[in-house]
Design a protein. Structure first.
Length: 145
């Protein structure tokens, strides 16, 4: 049985965190531009964004998509124990998220957002690991045929 690949977990985590932050930032920037085009005053923009449930749903979907990708990449790099490596990418993401949220005012989030986000993090990462594992098995089966 092979050991844990810290490199695989680190790269998967960087893909998740970097991709989530980049797309989240771009989405928020585009949202602000759209509000500005409607002549919404700058001091009103943050309130409007944070009051929009669609904003949270879209950012959640984008974050979970990068979590699946991060788990997938970690599993592919590790080439063994794919689901376990993907699992650890999810755990790292939860740990980093808790660090960012410690001491922060979380009242701006809807009541459902943080529990759903944290609750789906590890399953999304494991899904990425599962897909990578299935692809690796299919590849081995195809080359044996």
């Amino acid at each position: 049985m092979s050991s844990i690949s810290i490199k695989a977990i680190a790269i998967g985590s960087l893909i998740d965190i970097g991709g989530s932050m980049l797309t989240g930032g771009v989405y928020t920037f585009v949202y602000a531009i759209l509000l500005a085009s409607e002549n919404v005053p700058p001091e009103e923009m943050q309130r409007r964004v944070l009051a929009d449930p669609a904003y949270y749903i879209i950012t959640l979907i984008m974050g979970l998509a990068f979590m699946v990708l991060g788990g997938y990449v970690a599993a592919r790099i590790a080439r063994a124990r794919e689901i376990m490596h993907a699992f650890w990418v999810g755990v790292v993401a939860i740990g980093i998220s808790l660090l960012f949220l410690s001491g922060a005012d979380t009242s701006m989030y809807p009541a459902w957002y943080l529990p759903v986000s944290f609750g789906l993090t590890v399953p999304a990462a494991v899904l990425g690991g599962y897909v990578a594992q299935r692809r690796a098995i299919a590849k081995v089966g195809a080359s044996a045929a």
